[in-house]
Design a protein around this ligand. Sequence first.
Ligand code: CP
Length: 304
Amino acid sequence: MRHVITVHDFPVEKIIEVLDHAEEMLPVARGEATSDLLRGKILACIFYEPSTRTRLSFETAMQRLGGGVIGFAGAEATSVVKGETLADTIRMVSGYADAVVLRHPREGAARLATEFSGVPILNAGDGAGQHPTQTLLDLFTIRKETGRLEGLTISLVGDLRYGRTVHSLAIALSKFGNTINLVSPEGLEMPSEVVSYLKGKGLLGKACHSPEEVISGTDILYATRIQKERFPDLVEYERVAGLYRVDPALLSQGPESMIVMHPLPRVNEIASEVDEMPQAKYFQQAFNGVPVRMALLSMLMGGK
Ligand code: CP
């Protein structure tokens, strides 16, 4: 494993290896044990777009393993404002660090960065493209909460057009033969290449506009935020904002064993009353970013 750019880079065996390794990392991730596996190594986290979970969980992962962190959260205080290109920034930063975590608004930015980097690049989200480390922590959460990664029906609900986490997740889930329902407002459907990919594998369940149509047969309800920042026209955003809301009434129509996941941040898609219900797994999901990112960093830099 040289870089982490898309889920296509991960065959099933590699996914399982990462998840198993993340499982071993749990005591260190929780602070119950210590490790100096990455002592002397430096991770650069360069974020051109806002982030809470991805950046901080990468930083926590690195520090729990004894390594150091440099980087920026927002390019406003960097030489990017003087016109420095992504290519030159990557050339510089890859000389200062042993791996680079990059979040960038442009789809394909992480792939481009690999051409100018002498160290591993980890894609922390490239525009509306992919978010592969989120997908790995999603799979870790699914396996932990349901005990398996196969034979599940997952309903992806919300902004499937701009929500990059669902692009990566749909592809990864199909590798395990799961059925995927696609529920989105009109105009925010899953990109056609992902739909064709699922259809080609015979794993596309129902594509519709209402969660009520799929909830009774759903094992995992995966809600996403409407990605306001990616709308070219805010009037269009207002049309769809608030259309879907996961609340106790909706959950009462699903199986008792159904779980609710969300990559977060949420805006209004999940009612706060759901937080205390046994179905709610999204905060645990966010924590799971730490052991999964520890596993990835140690595999890329620690020779694991
Ligand atoms: N899930 C996720 O990517 O969250 P952040 O945008 O806060 O990193």
